[in-house]
Design a protein around this ligand. Structure first.
Ligand code: CU
Length: 117
């Protein structure tokens, strides 16, 4: 019985460690405008909780990161905040997937997720 209890405690500790949210979300403020993202590059470390405050300074845009299945639309005067866990290391492009203006196709940025050592 005691052995079972110890096992259970060990398991719960392992689960808690796996779910450790770690430090608070890393905030980034991103401004979309014709036809750039500012900043165009976001660097984080694997497993960081990334918080993006997205706003546009002109027309509606989006911030789309296919690798993370993120597509957030932002409208003038209505900033959007979203969070995600950067669990995949690598360099991932982000872009604007709205077709309101042709120039949006030039909107490119990259998310760099450094591997955790
Ligand atoms: Cu756009």
């Amino acid at each position: 019985m005691r052995r079972v209890t110890l096992l259970f405690v060990a398991l719960m500790v392992a689960v808690a460690a796996a779910q450790d949210p770690g430090p608070a979300a890393k905030p980034f403020s991103v401004t979309a405008r014709r036809y750039t993202f500012d900043p165009p590059r976001i660097e984080v470390t694997q497993d960081d909780l990334v918080k993006i405050d997205l706003q546009t300074s002109d027309i509606a845009h989006s911030m789309t990161i296919d690798a993370y299945r993120i597509a957030k639309r932002v409208s003038p005067g209505q900033p959007v905040t979203f969070e995600f866990r950067a669990d995949r290391p690598g360099t991932f492009p982000f872009y604007c997937n709205l077709q309101i203006e042709d120039g949006c196709r030039q909107m490119r940025g990259e998310l760099v997720v450094r591997p955790r050592r």
